[in-house]
Design a protein around this ligand. Structure first.
Ligand code: TMP
Length: 209
């Protein structure tokens, strides 16, 4: 049996990742692939428990290194119990956020270096990397309007950080796409939902057998 394919969707708050993750999963199922749709942090019961720890409570609840370790621990659990077994069964895995979120968020202001974050990923998840990653890109004003409308003043611990933080996150994501264009594709998320999904599916070139 052939190994499955691993796709991650990334981007800032309010860029429409979750909607697109569902739409791409449905498009792949329609053409006959078996698909596992999942998210980070989360995906397994243990990782969802860690999600709750990470995203609730006061900003100062966790030191940045603890925060990075908790994301890595949730990911380790998710890879071992859900993602690797699905790939081994030949399924497509569509994941709403993965390692590039840790690289983009936990590195802001030089908090952790990219190599430190990748070291945690090597230890926790044996360096599992997506075959393709889409970064949904929206102008800052549009993304923050959408995130505000969704959260209605009740953002989670990380989503609620200031606009400077979120601007730095998006700059990081754009840099990753420029540095690794083979794996990471930047997608204009200001088009219609349908047009974006079409664009994403088209960008799975070379991965469908
Ligand atoms: P979500 O609600 O968009 O799924 O994401 C949860 C929050 O966690 C979001 O603000 C991004 C943040 N996050 C990190 O900071 N590092 C990570 O590794 C992941 C997966 C998410």
């Amino acid at each position: 049996m052939t190994q499955g394919r691993f796709i991650s969707l990334e981007g800032g708050e309010g860029t429409g990742k979750s909607t697109q993750a569902r739409a791409v999963a449905a498009a792949l199922e329609k053409i006959g692939y078996k698909v596992l749709l999942t998210r980070e942090p989360g995906g397994t019961s243990g990782a969802e428990t860690i999600r709750e720890l990470l995203l609730t409570g006061a900003e100062e609840k966790w030191d940045i290194r603890t925060e990075a370790l908790l994301f890595a621990a949730a990911r380790a659990e998710h890879c071992a119990k859900l993602i690797r077994p699905a790939l081994a069964r030949g399924e497509w895995v569509i994941c709403d956020r993965f390692i590039d979120s840790s690289r983009a968020y936990q590195s802001v202001d030089g908090q952790l270096s990219d190599s430190e974050i990748m070291d945690l990923h090597r230890i926790g998840s044996e360096n599992l990397m997506p075959d393709r990653t889409f970064i949904l890109d929206l102008p800052e004003a549009v993304a923050s309007r959408r995130a505000d409308a969704r959260d209605r003043g009740d953002s989670d611990r990380i989503g609620g950080r200031d606009s400077e933080y979120h601007r730095a996150v998006m700059t990081n994501f754009r840099r990753f796409a420029a540095d690794d264009p083979e794996r990471i594709r930047l997608v204009d998320a200001s088009q219609s939902v349908k047009a974006i999904t079409g664009n994403l599916v088209q960008n799975l070139d070379g991965l469908m057998s």
